[in-house]
Every structure is written in C-alpha cells, then in structure tokens.
Design a binder for this molecule. Structure first.
Ligand SMILES: Nc1ncnc2c1ncn2[C@@H]1O[C@H](COP(=O)(O)OP(=O)(O)O)[C@@H](O)[C@H]1O
Ligand SMILES: O=C(O)C[C@@H](O)[C@H](O)C(=O)COP(=O)(O)O
Length: 369
C-alpha cells in the first residue's frame, strides 16, 4: 500500500487559506509528494495531431464508426476516411498532451513525453505544446516520415450534438519506448500521468511501466486515465492489475468505469474504484463528476455551457484541473471544480485544448491557484 495524500480529509476552507499563502511560501503548502518538484505534472502519451470536422449520424453509420469511441486505423484507412470527411480544422491533440497543455494554461508547470516524426505535423505538435510552456524534449523519430511512421493523427468527426468520434493512426507515436522515459524529469514531477491508450502499442506499454516505477522510486504519485471503453475492453485484466499494483490516482468516464468492472451499476463500481486507489475521479458528462479519497466522496457539478460545440478534450481538460489541484494540495471539491471549469471551456469551441488562459478563467470564477 502506497502512502496517503498528506492533506486527506482537510476542509476546503483550509485548502483555500493555504492557497492564499501559496505565492508567499510554496513549499510549506504542498503535499509531501509534490515537495521540491520542478513540475506539477509530467504526462506520457501518444503524440497526435487532430483533424476535426462536422458530420451527421448517417456518416458515422456509413463508415461503420461507433459514436463516441476511439478506433485505431492504419495509414491507408486514415487517408480514405480523411478524403470522405467535410472541411475541418487541424489542432494539436493527443489525450495526455491536451491535459498538460491545460495544466500549462492554468499556470502550472508541466512536462510531456511522446513521440513525433520529423515532419510538418511533428513541428506543429512540438510548437503548440512548448508554446503553452510545457517542457517537451523527447527525441524526434528521425526516419519515420514516408515510411508509415509519420506523426500520428486522429480524424475526429463531430455530430451536431457535439459528440466526437475518433479514428487514430498512431504512426510515430507507436515508436515510443522505454528509452524515451526520462527518469530525471519524472522524478522531478509531483504526478506522472499515463494514458490508457498506451496499452495498445506494445513498446509504449513497457515505457508506461518504467515511468510508473521511476515516479514511485522518487516518492511521486502515479495517475492513469482509462482513456476509452474499448481500450478497457481490450486490456481489462492488464489495466486492473496495473491499477491495483501501481496507480495512486485514476480518472475514468462512466463507460470506462463500467467496462473495467463489467457492470452497469455506477455507484457500486465507482465506490469500488475509490477503495482500491488513493484518489478516483469519475466523470459523467453534463452530470458532472464524483471524486473519492479514502472514505470521502464528493460530487462536483459540471459548469453550464450555453452551446456544446465539440466535446473533444472534455475528459482531458477535466484531468488537467484535477491533477493540478491535487498536486497543489487542494480539496477534492476544489480540484474537481477546476476540472469542470476547464472542460466547460473546451467543449464550447472546436479543438481539444483551451483557447483562453485557464488561470484567468479560474480567477474569474473565484478559483485561485
Ligand atoms: N454537456 C456538458 N456540459 C457541461 N459540462 C460537460 C458536458 N459534457 C462534459 N462536460 C464536462 O466534462 C467532464 C468530462 O466529460 P465526460 O464526457 O464524462 O468525459 P470524456 O470526455 O472523457 O468522455 C464532465 O465531468 C463535465 O465536467
Ligand atoms: O489521443 C488520441 O488518440 C486522440 C486525441 O488526439 C484527442 O485529442 C483526444 O483524446 C480527445 O480527448 P477526449 O475527448 O477527452 O477523450
């Protein structure tokens, strides 16, 4: 059993007063696992550039796509689907990349480990993640472009209700290996955040395990997102084993939670997850989220959104707020509120990353960091 969070069970008011002191005396306010960390969050993920376009339900059906899912495709399938899609927009994505971009937007200190190729999309991805202050220096795949290992891309079709359906060609992202895991950066990060998506590419799974071991060796916390219900169906036993042995913090949406425990009973499954890890945060779309820590259970409302344009990145931005909040020793309610706020910003426009500074947005809503 790993060590508990040092601020467990403290009241929100206390966390607020700690926050007020944060600028004056950072180290005293932080949980033990975040002391002397250079980064709040370091994420390991599939480095992907998204192509987003509107579509209708008939388009998804005609292409055999399951609404709301992420499906892996090869390069030819990706090219064929792209030809059939409406005019769209390109934006840097990658689930964990989106999360650390959100952490950076909140004014947090973040790092990213993921593989891009030496091509235009790789330059776009690298530029965008560094532009929000995220430390990113994973070696580029030198000879991938044109050989089936160009920078990964995700074709995202968005229905009028804002729901996103994703088809990902991993390309260079598939070449992430243990050699890319910078144990120094991970040991210097309060939380290492891992994508469940990394269970698909075999070499990345080893990198995943290495990153978790490096984090624990340095006294840091390991967080994982379950990513997608079909990923959970594919790797259920392996994911469960990883969670039980190596994860301190788990993020999941409702469908992923149900897939993990093979049940439709939300309350039972969520409570069970809450018992086997230190912190669990389970999202329920517009119905908000539920967070668990020790015996504590907190429901957090979603922020109302006038018009949901594109839900791509909702879970990723929610994770940004929650992870940054936990690394700063906030209460579950406060961390969850930061997550809800970040998610509400991203679903009101196209693309998976914030378009306004989340730090200012949080301040406008009375949430200080
Ligand atoms: N329609 C919505 N209105 C307001 N907030 C939403 C809406 N959909 C999602 N969110 C916010 O995004 C979070 C994550 O959404 P969810 O759909 O559960 O995750 P994922 O994107 O991983 O499937 C929710 O907890 C909520 O805060
Ligand atoms: O990583 C992928 O395969 C897809 C990402 O590029 C995409 O931006 C994404 O994961 C969106 O996040 P979500 O809607 O929060 O799941």
């Amino acid at each position: 059993m790993k060590g508990r969070f040092s601020h467990e069970g403290r009241a929100g008011a206390l966390a607020r007063s700690r926050l007020a002191r944060y600028g004056a005396d950072m180290t005293q306010s932080l949980p033990a696992f975040a002391q002397n960390a250079r980064f709040d969050v370091c994420a390991l993920g599939n480095a992907i550039v998204d192509v987003l376009a509107p579509c209708d339900a008939a388009f998804l059906e005609a292409k055999g796509l399951i609404p709301g899912s992420m499906q892996l495709v090869d390069e030819d399938q990706s090219a064929t689907l792209y030809d059939a899609m409406a005019a769209g927009v390109e934006a840097s994505g990658g689930s964990a990349g989106n999360t650390v971009a959100g952490v950076g937007s909140f004014g947090g200190r973040a790092a990213y480990i993921g593989k891009v190729a030496k091509d235009t999309l790789g330059e776009v991805f690298s530029h965008d993640i560094r532009a929000v202050g995220v430390h990113f220096d994973t070696p580029v795949l030198e000879d991938g472009a044109g050989k089936g290992f160009g920078t990964g891309r995700c074709l995202i079709n968005v229905t009028p209700d804002g729901q996103r359906t994703m088809c990902t060609f991993l390309g260079a992202a598939n070449q992430l290996t243990t050699a890319d895991v910078d144990a120094g950066v991970i040991g210097d990060s309060a939380i290492v955040y891992l994508e469940g998506y990394l269970f698909d590419p075999a070499p990345a799974r080893a990198a995943f395990e290495a990153a978790a071991a490096a984090a624990h060796a340095a006294g840091r916390k390991v967080a994982i997102t379950l990513s997608d219900s079909f990923v959970v169906h594919r790797w259920r036993a392996e994911l469960l084993a990883f969670i039980e042995t190596s994860a301190d913090i788990v993020l999941a949406n409702e469908a992923e939670l149900h897939a993990l425990f093979e049940t439709e009973d939300f309350d039972h499954a969520a409570a069970h997850l809450g018992r086997i890890v230190e912190v669990a945060a389970v999202t329920r779309g517009a119905a908000g989220s539920v967070l668990f820590r020790g015996g504590e259970r907190v429901e957090v409302a979603a922020y109302p959104v006038e018009k949901v344009v594109d839900t791509t990145g909702a879970g990723d931005q929610y994770a940004a707020g929650v992870l940054l909040g936990l690394s700063r020793g906030l209460s579950l309610a406060e961390a969850g509120a930061l997550g809800s706020l970040a998610a509400s910003e991203v679903i009101a426009h196209w693309g998976p990353r914030p378009m306004v500074g989340l730090k200012d947005l949080a301040a406008q809503h009375g949430l200080s960091l």
